[in-house]
Design a protein around this ligand. Structure first.
Ligand SMILES: [Zn+2]
Length: 138
């Protein structure tokens, strides 16, 4: 097992999930490819590479990753689900004109949630607007 594989196995275990071979393959794919891919893109690329993943497996695995806090899922310009491997306090700025997506750092995010009564599994903040490049064209 190489260093990357070992660190991904540890990451999956730390999240509370079992590090199955499929989960490891999917997380490794997300770790080593571009961010913000749509779920369809992820499925197409993984299917081309491994042939063994069904669409249901990919969707179920990504759902489990989102709930375990291993990846972020947000919605792109056309409402398509996008996946981001980086999850540390990230929010997203999405341009409604060109569809460009940028990760933004959130400094303080307090929600009025009584954590003694509920269990928060994930949260996500997306800003929608016009990016710098599109704004100068207006
Ligand atoms: Zn733009």
């Amino acid at each position: 097992m190489n260093d990357l594989t070992a660190s991904l196995v540890a990451k999956i275990k730390d999240s509370g999930l079992k590090p199955t071979a499929q989960r490891l393959d999917i997380l490794e794919y997300l770790h080593t490819t571009e961010n913000f891919q749509s779920v369809e893109q992820i499925y197409d690329n993984l299917y081309r590479e491994y042939k063994v993943f069904s669409k249901a497996t990919i969707y179920a695995t990504l759902d489990a990753f989102v709930l375990a806090g291993l990846v972020n899922r947000f919605f792109g310009k056309h409402g398509e689900a996008r996946i981001d491997y980086i999850v540390d306090d990230s929010a997203y700025f999405l341009c409604v004109d060109c569809g460009n997506i940028n990760r933004v750092k959130v400094n303080c995010l307090d929600a009025d949630i009584d954590k003694s009564k509920v269990e928060v599994q994930s949260s996500l903040l997306t800003y929608w607007g016009i990016c710098e490049d599109c704004k100068v064209k207006l």
